[in-house]
Design a protein around this ligand. Structure first.
Ligand SMILES: N[C@@H](CCC(=O)N[C@@H](CS)C(=O)NCC(=O)O)C(=O)O
Length: 209
């Protein structure tokens, strides 16, 4: 049985959304971050950083939300959530998948860490919110949201007319931004795209909406 280590609503929802899109049977293992379960030695053996998500299967245990989504999608080519390896379309797929993790997550987390993150959960302990860093996160996210809106001007999904794993990864960033008060309403095209993603039953199962 596949086990997803999660603490909703966090980047674990990316993995959950992929599991739901693919119709994979899995069990959810809650890692209660508020109760400190991420520091239990048994969980640290699964994820040495003590963050979520992590995924345990009969064959492997991995962490990193993007890696989990990519691996699950590759294991289920029949679902057609990714262009074939080596196909020209795969280039843009890689680009947007990495963009989610490398370009969208950092400013979103910088904003969260410096606004909403409870002070008792700051890293390292004793760190305070920094209004300048919050503003930088807001500004950097806005730049990237504008780039996404431009790309989506003439297409329903990042790769064109077909939904793919890139939309799961970037779509989660849209969720997270909205959830923490970085509204995407200034970018109606991006907002409409996120609205399309939210209509998906698998999204609704993963995010409990
Ligand atoms: N790059 C990692 C980041 C994982 C991560 O930082 N997860 C956050 C939730 S979104 C977490 O568990 N944070 C706990 C904490 O910082 O205390 C991934 O994408 O899986």
């Amino acid at each position: 049985m596949i086990e997803l280590y999660e603490f909703p609503p966090t980047r674990s929802q990316r993995a959950k959304w992929a599991l739901e899109e693919l119709g994979i049977d899995y069990s959810s293992q809650l890692v209660d971050m508020m109760a400190g379960q991420q520091d239990a030695p048994a969980y640290r053996a699964i994820h040495p950083l003590g963050v979520v998500p992590a995924l345990k299967t009969d064959s492997y245990t991995i962490f990193e939300s993007v890696a989990i989504v990519l691996q699950l999608i590759d294991e289920h080519p029949e679902a057609k959530l990714a262009p074939a390896v080596g196909a020209p379309e795969r280039a843009l797929y890689y680009q947007w998948c990495v963009f989610a993790s490398a370009e969208l997550d950092p400013p979103i987390m910088m904003y969260f860490d410096n606004t909403l993150r409870p002070l008792e959960h700051m890293h390292p302990p004793g760190t305070l919110h920094d209004a300048g860093l919050a503003e930088r996160g807001r500004r950097d996210f806005a730049t990237r949201a504008g780039i996404l809106a431009d790309v989506l001007r003439n297409r329903d999904y990042l790769l064109g007319s077909e939904f793919s794993g890139a939309d799961i990864l970037v779509g989660h960033s849209c969720f997270m931004a909205t959830h923490i008060g970085l509204p995407i309403g200034d970018y109606p095209i991006l907002e409409a795209y996120y609205g399309r993603l939210q209509q998906r039953p698998a999204y609704q199962r993963a995010y409990g909406s």
